[in-house]
Design a protein around this ligand. Structure first.
Ligand code: GDP
Ligand code: MG
Length: 441
C-alpha cells in the first residue's frame, strides 16, 4: 500500500525536525505512482502532487507520528479537499416545478440515476416528481424510463411519438406546471462518445428548460476518458454537479478525483448498484481511502490529526504567551475551532482561557464565518501571514478577490487578529483581556 511505501521512503528520517525538499520529492514519486494506479488523469496528478509537495516541504514532523504517516495525512487531507470537503446535495431551491437536466454518454446510467433520484426526492423529501425521457433515438429508451417509473412509483410523461427532444422538454415543463409538480426531471439521450450533434441537442434542451441543476452522469469505470467527457460536457452545458455511477465496481476511485478536479463541480451523488435504492451521497473520505488503497486510513489519519492538533495547540499557546501570535497561528486556531465545534471548545484547552469561554459561547460563531476567515488567510502570501502590517489597500483587494470575500471581511479578520494578539500579550503578562470584539461576524 501507499502507506507502506511512504514509510519505506520516509521513516528512516525519524527524529529530524522537518521534511526537506529531497525527502518530499522522493515520497511524491510514490504518491504519483499510487494515483496513476488508481487511474487518476495525468494532469490532475501533476497539479495534485504540486499542491501536496508545497504543504509537505518544511512540514514539522510531530513526535508521535512517523514522517511516512505525516505525509499520508497530508496526501489524504488534500485528496479530501480536492474531492470537495462538503457533501453538496441536489438543490431544489428554485420555483416549482424545479427542472433537473440529466446529461451524459450513452450507457453511463442516466436513465437509472434519473429514476433513483426521483424516488429519493419523492420518498425522503416528499416531493411530487415528474420524469420525462427525451431520448428520441433509441425506441426502447422511453419505455425503459416508464417501466422504472412504475417500479418506483413516480409519474412519467406520457409518450408521444414523433416529437423532438426540445418539444418533449417543453411538454414536460408544461405538464409539470399544470399538474402541480415540485420537480421535473429530464433524462436526455446520450451517444457513445462526445459529439457535436449530441451537445447541440443538449444545449437546445437546456435553453428551453432553464434547469436548476444540470447533472452529468458519468461512469466511474471510464478512468482516463472521464476527464475528456467531463470537460466537454461542462464546457458546452455548464454542469452544476456530477452523479458518478458504478462506484460499486470501482475499487480505485480515480475517476471521481479527475472529474472533480477538471470541472471544479461537486460530486453530488454516487450510484452503487443497479437497484433503485442504490444511490448514496458522496463521501470524500471514503473515496480518498480507496485512492490511497488502505482500509484503515481513516483511523490512522484521525490518530495523526489528534496528535498534530494537540502539539499545534500547545505550540500556539506557547507563542501566544510570548506575544508572537501571527496569522498562521490564527488560521490553525480557526481550523481547530471548526473541528471542535466552536471557539469555546478550543479556548477551553488553552491555559487561562476557561473564564472567557462563556463570552464566546454567547458570541455564537458559526462555521461559515470560520471557513470564510480561513479562506482569507489562505489567500495571503507567507510573508503577509507572518507580518499582516504589510497588507495595504491593493493587497487587501487581492486577498479579498482570492478568497471570494470583500475588503471589509479582510479588515474585520485583521482587526480580530490584532485584538487577539493584544489580548494574548496582556494575558502573557498576567493581565486580563476583554473578548468583546472577537465575534468576527
Ligand atoms: P443511460 O444510457 O445513460 O441511460 O444508462 P442506463 O441508465 O440505461 O444504464 C445502463 C446500465 O448501467 C444499466 O444496466 C444499469 O442497470 C446500469 N447501472 C446504472 N447505474 C449503475 C450503478 O451505479 N451500478 C451498477 N452496477 N450498474 C449501474
Ligand atoms: Mg437512457
Amino acid at each position: 500500500t501507499l502507506q507502506e511505501r511512504l514509510s519505506g521512503v520516509l521513516d528512516k528520517l525519524r527524529g529530524r525536525g522537518s521534511l526537506s525538499e529531497a525527502d518530499v520529492s522522493e515520497a511524491m514519486r510514490e504518491v504519483r505512482r499510487a494515483l496513476l494506479e488508481a487511474d487518476v488523469a495525468l494532469d490532475v496528478v501533476r497539479d495534485f502532487i504540486a499542491r501536496v509537495s508545497e504543504q509537505a516541504v518544511g512540514a514539522t514532523v510531530v513526535k508521535s507520528v512517523t514522517p511516512g504517516q505525516m505525509v499520508v495525512k497530508i496526501v489524504h487531507d488534500e485528496l479530501v479537499n480536492t474531492l470537495g470537503a462538503d457533501n453538496q446535495p441536489v438543490s431544489l431551491a428554485a420555483a416549482a416545478p424545479v427542472p433537473i437536466l440529466m446529461v451524459g454518454l450513452q450507457g453511463s446510467g442516466k436513465t437509472t440515476t434519473t429514476a433513483k433520484l426521483a424516488k429519493r426526492l419523492q420518498d425522503r423529501e416528499k416531493k411530487k416528481v415528474l420524469m420525462a425521457s427525451l431520448d428520441t433515438r433509441r425506441p426502447a429508451a422511453m419505455e425503459q424510463l416508464a417501466v422504472l417509473g412504475t417500479q418506483v412509483g413516480v409519474q412519467t410523461l406520457p409518450i408521444v411519438t414523433g416529437q423532438s427532444a426540445v418539444q418533449i422538454a417543453q411538454r414536460a415543463l408544461q405538464a409539470a406546471k399544470l399538474g402541480g409538480y415540485d420537480v421535473v426531471m429530464l433524462d436526455t439521450a446520450g451517444r457513445t462518445t462526445v459529439d457535436d450533434e449530441l451537445m447541440a441537442e443538449a444545449v437546445e434542451v437546456k435553453k428551453v428548460s432553464n434547469p436548476h441543476e444540470v447533472l452529468l452522469v458519468a461512469d466511474a469505470l471510464t478512468g482516463q476518458d472521464a476527464v475528456t467527457t467531463a470537460r466537454a460536457f461542462d464546457k458546452a452545458l455548464g454542469i452544476t454537479g456530477l452523479a458518478l455511477t458504478r462506484v460499486d465496481g470501482d475499487g480505485r476511485g480515480g475517476a471521481a478525483l479527475s472529474m472533480r478536479a477538471v470541472t471544479g463541480k461537486p460530486i453530488k451523488l454516487i450510484g452503487v448498484g443497479e437497484k433503485m435504492d442504490a444511490l448514496e451521497d458522496f463521501d470524500p473520505q471514503r473515496i480518498a481511502g480507496r485512492i490511497l488503497g488502505m482500509g484503515d486510513i481513516v483511523a490512522l489519519v484521525e490518530r495523526a490529526r489528534e496528535q498534530i492538533d494537540q502539539e499545534q495547540a500547545a505550540r500556539a499557546a506557547e507563542r501566544m504567551r510570548k506575544g508572537q501570535f501571527d496569522l498562521n497561528d490564527l488560521k490553525s486556531q480557526l481550523q481547530q475551532m471548526q473541528k471542535m465545534g466552536g471557539m469555546a471548545g478550543v479556548m477551553g484547552l488553552l491555559p487561562g482561557m476557561g473564564q472567557i469561554k462563556k463570552q464566546l459561547d454567547a458570541a455564537n460563531i458559526d462555521e461559515k464565518v470560520l471557513k470564510r476567515q480561513a479562506a482569507i488567510i489562505d489567500s495571503m502570501t507567507k510573508a503577509e501571514r507572518k507580518n499582516p502590517d504589510v497588507l495595504k489597500a491593493s493587497r487587501k483587494k487581492r486577498v479579498a478577490a482570492g478568497s471570494g470575500t470583500r475588503v471589509e471581511d479582510v479588515n474585520r479578520l485583521l482587526k480580530m487578529h490584532r485584538q487577539m494578539a493584544d489580548m494574548m500579550k496582556m494575558m502573557g503578562k498576567g493581565g486580563r483581556g476583554g473578548l468583546a470584539g472577537l465575534a468576527g461576524k
